[in-house]
Ligand binder design. Structure first.
Ligand code: ADP
Ligand code: MG
Length: 328
């Protein structure tokens, strides 16, 4: 049996997690959220957060599209995004590199300049790593963070009746990628969204105390809503007309023969936040001036994840970026 036969990346992780059950009194949350949550590490009771993410050449970046500095920025941002999704603050970073022996030293130094720029932006400190050689350049980052128990936001905390909100327009990274893949020159907004994205540490400290479930959008809105529903035992309804889509994404979709809604639902790497929140707390968030767009709500029916089109037709909310199953 092959990985694609069992349904891809997420089915594989499920099987591996069942095979190695992680039970320890200090493990508040293990496999299944954006980062592991570990108690007993800080005297003030804060939890330690640990996440790891890997970028592989040709799968995640191409040297002819991205500068090494952009690759460095993206490799840090995608890890910070997972700490942010837990309601936490990033702290220390470990970088493991696998590089071909004929790699230019200047390329690696510029990669690290990009990482350093992102580290300054998010308050992260490089504290170690590992270096080895391989044909495909691989950058694997492990990032630590911390969060107070009150601000910890898990994927499993959504409850029926809560609104589902996103922190910004979706589909930008996928639209940038689609243009590059079609040999077109993406406008600066899309180029940056795909090649040197930012994550939402700027708004998460205001959102975390008011939200319930939270996740970062790294595999497309549809996949992330399904992750929240799976973990929370809920259903969801997403209203297509309410999904925020930047005009540049609509234009890129037109130029590349894509559906902009599909780019938002299934395109990866937007690094916006998706969270559930009570209607009262959503009002409080608005009063604080934090931008968040409601795209639907959490429902009772655990098995129903519905997408409602502008003409009122409803279909199952499926899709999302899954390694081993879909390519853009
Ligand atoms: P994200 O997209 O937020 O980075 P992933 O989809 O990569 O999250 O991972 C989902 C969960 O599965 C995380 O809790 C992660 O730690 C865990 N996970 C992923 N791959 C493995 C693996 N090979 N072994 C154990 N746990 C894994
Ligand atoms: Mg994540």
């Amino acid at each position: 049996m092959k990985i694609h036969d069992i349904g891809g990346e997420f089915a594989l992780i499920d099987r591996l997690a069942r095979q190695s059950p992680a039970i320890h009194p200090d493990l508040v949350a293990g496999i299944g959220d954006d980062a592991a949550v570990i108690a007993g590490s800080f005297p003030d009771g804060d939890y330690l957060l640990v996440t790891t993410d890997m970028l592989v050449e040709t799968t995640h970046f191409r040297r002819d599209w991205a500068t090494p500095a952009q690759i460095g920025i993206k490799s840090v941002a995608c890890n910070v995004s997972d700490i942010v999704a837990m309601g936490g603050t990033p702290t220390f970073m470990f970088v493991s590199l696998a590089l071909a022996t004929d790699t230019e030293v200047a390329w690696v130094e510029t990669l690290y300049q990009g990482m350093a720029e992102a580290c300054r932006r998010y308050g992260v400190v490089l504290a170690g790593g590992d270096t080895t050689h391989a044909e495909a350049a691989t950058i694997s980052i492990t990032l630590l963070g911390r969060v107070s128990p009150e601000n910890l936001r898990l994927r499993s905390h959504a409850r029926p009746g809560e609104m589902l909100c996103v922190t910004g327009p979706l589909g930008g990274s996928a639209a940038g990628l689609a243009m590059l893949a079609a040999g077109l020159d993406p406008p600066p907004y899309l180029r940056e969204k795909h090649l040197a994205p930012a994550c939402r540490l700027d708004v998460s400290p205001a959102i975390a105390p008011l939200a319930r479930a939270m996740i970062d959008i790294s595999d497309g809105l549809a996949a992330e809503v399904n992750h929240i529903c799976d973990q929370s035992g809920t259903g969801a309804e997403i209203i297509v007309a309410d999904i925020p889509i930047h005009p540049a994404v609509r234009e890129a979709a037109r130029l590349t023969g894509n559906d902009p809604i599909e780019l938002a639902l299934s395109g990866g790497e937007d690094f916006e936040l998706l969270f559930s929140i009570s209607p009262e707390n959503k009002q409080l968030l608005e009063q604080k001036g934090v931008p968040a767009t409601a795209v639907g709500w959490v429902t009772e029916a655990a098995s129903a994840r519905i997408l409602t089109a502008p003409d009122g037709t409803r279909r199952p909310l499926s899709g999302g970026y899954n390694h081993f199953r879909f390519t853009l």
